[in-house]
Design a protein around this ligand. Structure first.
Ligand code: 16G
Ligand code: ZN
Length: 533
């Protein structure tokens, strides 16, 4: 099959693309969309091989660069469980994408087949790859290339150049396909709408009006399908940045979280009004209140940490509601080092919950979350979800059967959750539902804790791989002298915390500092930057 595949136009394109070594990074391959044709073709092959290696369980391939500018694009693989590509396969992806020519590529592929004990030559080689893309103009060509790669490796393709989906929709569809249940886009909406109606109707809407900034991305096309229950519950919904402007430009979750400013086309929000921003592929969401059109810094940001605290508090009350006869429930919250210190204190001391810290990147948080019966994970940037273990769900169904209303409520929540990955549509509905069930609604949520002042800086260095970290990236093992300096600087500031880590998505080193005042946090970050540079 390989020689045939190499004759395809997409494969030829590969030869022309620049040979800079690409790393799979935190979330797939990313670069200018025009330079990814060969990468998409090769990733198509790998997604097919992965599906065949999984005895035909479906895998997925998404063409998106998330919150990055519109000229960029990316290719990300979805594993058979609906999650991110298994980490042991990331190096396979890097090996085939970095192959210099057709001979190298064939060798790389043969090595993968041997290592994973996949036989493409035998009669049986069924595999299926689901495809999706976001709204970037370079997407359709990349999907065509991926389709050629998938077919070349002998797997079936589900989807086409028109299969616009949010990234979490594709993750969900892969999961649902392999679970053997309803798995079409329509089924995704049906499930969310059904659960959301029972959670929202009959409650007082906690939010009178909601404005959703769709980042001019794919979320704008999908959000209307999950709004009926929200509007029926009395929340008026307005959509902004629905595609008329440039993707992720002056809008979207990343912009709002980093700049702490209103996205374009959204006015200041007053009492009872809530704003939400998706990123370009709708796997991240942050909320906000207040703000001013002049771009002042008076926006009250409700980021991933605040979302986590809201959801965790509600789940804690639900678990208490189940009562002692239900038996013990292992309940955990997962954060990264970027979680604001006040949020961690609130979870641990305020709610008395267990908090686990992991490395940056959803795959790490998700893996840690799987250890619990019930867990919530969020990155500060708004990427997260909650997970119910199969055994916990079984116990909930049993308890519901014996009349537990709390168990019924938790099961309804579980039906709004996307169990595969963080999902802006699902989290939006969850937050609205939880707010309507929690006394004090929006105001109480805003007041759960005050963020500790923090500063994030990025710094270009000759070789960011020289920095090695440990303890969920909170400390450097190398260079040791640099960590000693950071320790000294932290000791010199009040209520301070700081860390340095190499980015997984950009060629930079990131510095994060927290302290009692904004001035001290800024100073701490700048002093560390001087040591790093
Ligand atoms: C990717 C990750 C995101 C993480 C970010 C960190 C996924 C789906 N996305 O966008 O979770 O926060 O990278 O970027 O895992 P950094 O390594 O450049 O700081
Ligand atoms: Zn995204």
């Amino acid at each position: 099959f390989f020689r045939e595949a190499m004759a395809s136009p997409a494969a030829a394109e590969t030869e022309r693309e620049s040979r800079r070594r690409l790393s799979y990074g935190t979330a797939g391959f990313r670069r200018k969309g025009s330079k990814l044709i060969g990468v998409a073709f090769r990733c198509g092959m790998l997604a097919a091989v992965r599906s065949i290696a999984l005895q035909g369980r479906a895998t997925g391939l998404v063409v998106t660069a998330s919150h990055n500018p519109v000229e960029d694009n990316g290719v990300k693989l979805v594993d058979g469980d609906g999650g991110m590509l298994h980490m042991s396969w990331e190096k396979h992806a890097e090996a085939i994408v970095s192959a210099q020519n057709a001979v190298d590529l064939e060798q790389a592929l043969l090595r993968i087949l041997a290592k994973e004990e996949v036989n493409l030559m035998g009669g049986e080689r069924a595999g299926t790859v689901l495809l999706a893309l976001d709204t970037r103009p370079t997407g359709p060509r990349l999907v065509s290339a991926a389709m050629a790669g998938i077919r070349a490796a002998g797997a079936a393709v589900v989807g086409s150049e028109d299969t616009l989906r949010t990234t979490p929709q594709l993750h969900w569809q892969v999961l649902a396909t392999n679970a053997g249940g309803p798995c079409e886009e329509k089924d995704y909406y049906d499930k969310l709408n059904r659960a959301c109606s029972s959670l929202l109707l009959g409650q007082d809407a906690a939010v009178s009006s909601l404005v959703v900034d769709c980042a001019n991305g794919v979320g704008a096309l999908k959000l209307p399908s999950v709004l009926p229950a929200v509007t029926a519950s009395g929340t008026a919904v307005t959509l902004a940045n629905t595609g008329g402007g440039t993707l992720n430009s002056l809008c979207g979750a990343d912009f709002v979280q980093k700049e702490r400013r209103l996205p374009m086309c959204v006015g200041a929000l007053a009492g009872g009004q809530l704003g939400a921003s998706f990123d370009g592929d709708a796997d991240r969401i942050v909320f906000f209140v207040g703000g001013s059109e002049s771009g002042g810094s008076d926006l009250d940001l409700l980021d991933g940490d605040k979302i986590l605290c809201l959801l965790a508090g509600h789940l804690k009350r639900c678990v208490e509601g189940l009562g002692g006869s239900f038996g013990p429930v292992a309940f955990g919250c997962i954060q990264t080092a970027y979680a604001n210190g006040s949020s961690t204190r609130y979870l641990e001391q305020g709610l008395g919950l267990e908090v686990v810290k992991t490395k940056t990147g959803v795959k790490h948080l998700h893996a840690a979350a799987l250890a619990f019966d019930l867990s919530v994970y969020f990155e500060a940037n708004g990427h997260g979800t909650m997970l119910f273990s199969p055994d916990f769900l079984r116990r909930l169904r049993e308890a519901k059967g014996s009349g537990s209303e709390w168990a019924g409520h938790l099961l309804e929540i579980s039906n709004v959750v996307n169990p595969a990955i963080g999902d802006a549509l699902s989290v939006l509905l969850l937050v609205l539902a939880v707010l309507s069930h929690e006394a004090g609604g929006l105001d109480t949520w805003r007041g759960l804790y005050a963020d500790a002042p923090s500063r994030m800086l990025k710094c270009v260095v000759p070789d960011r791989s020289a920095i090695k970290t440990t303890n969920a990236e909170q400390r450097m093992t190398q260079p040791a002298a640099l960590q000693a300096k950071v320790d000294d600087l932290v000791a010199g500031a009040e209520l301070a915390r700081a860390f340095v880590r190499p980015s997984g998505t950009e060629d930079v080193v990131r510095i994060y500092a927290e302290a009692r005042t904004q001035e001290q946090a800024d100073q701490l970050a700048t002093s560390i930057e001087r040591e790093v540079a």
